[in-house]
Design a protein around this ligand. Structure first.
Ligand code: TZP
Ligand code: MG
Length: 183
């Protein structure tokens, strides 16, 4: 994981989310701190799900979903300065998240994904367009995004994309091509 993170950083990736759905709190903290030690301040590090472990790992922000701490609950833990990201899956959730102190909002899954257990229904490019119309905050599209469909996702109104599979398959080549697409 540390080597993969460094490789992505070397390609110019500027924000990484640490997502661990199977480890316990102790392992997440250990790996979070190792990531922070290895990458220092060269990449913005976002902890998935856990505001407490974001702070304990020295990360730059936390990302909460619909079943985690509420955005304002997480904000209370991390304070005013760290980044807060919020996952949404439909217009109602997006509207609600837009009324919080979130620094960015995520919408998805845009396309089918095999990286998430029990994903919500896909929202498609239309879901990205609708989300764009509902918020002026930075909008991150997630779910099944590849180098092939990335341009269309940005054209639908996303400011950037969150990617797992396409990046893990071929980190170097994929990151460089994505950065060109986002350019
Ligand atoms: N939330 C919605 S889709 C998804 C998450 C965490 C997984 C995205 O992974 P991939 O492999 O890029 O589809
Ligand atoms: Mg979550």
């Amino acid at each position: 994981m540390l080597a993969a993170a460094e490789e992505l950083r070397a390609c110019g990736v500027s924000l990484l989310q640490y997502r661990n759905k199977s480890g316990d709190a102790r392992q997440i903290l250990e790996q979070g701190r190792a990531l922070k030690a290895r990458l220092a301040d060269s990449v913005r590090l976002i902890m998935n799900d856990r505001a407490d472990l974001c702070l304990a790992s020295g990360f730059d922000g936390v990302h909460v979903g619909q079943d985690d701490l509420s955005p304002e609950g997480a904000r209370r833990v991390i304070g005013p300065d760290l980044w807060l990201g919020v996952s949404t899956h439909n217009p109602e959730q997006l509207r609600e998240a837009d009324a919080t102190t979130a620094d960015y909002l995520a919408i998805g899954p845009v396309f089918a994904t095999s990286s998430k257990d029990k994903p919500d229904p896909v929202v498609g490019l239309e879901g990205v367009r609708r989300a764009r119309a509902l918020t002026r905050r930075p909008l991150v599209a997630i779910g099944g995004i590849t180098r092939e469909n990335g341009r269309a996702v940005i054209e639908a109104g996303a400011d950037t994309v969150a990617v797992i599979s396409d990046l893990t398959r071929e980190p170097h080549k994929s990151a460089e091509e994505f950065l060109r697409i986002l350019g």
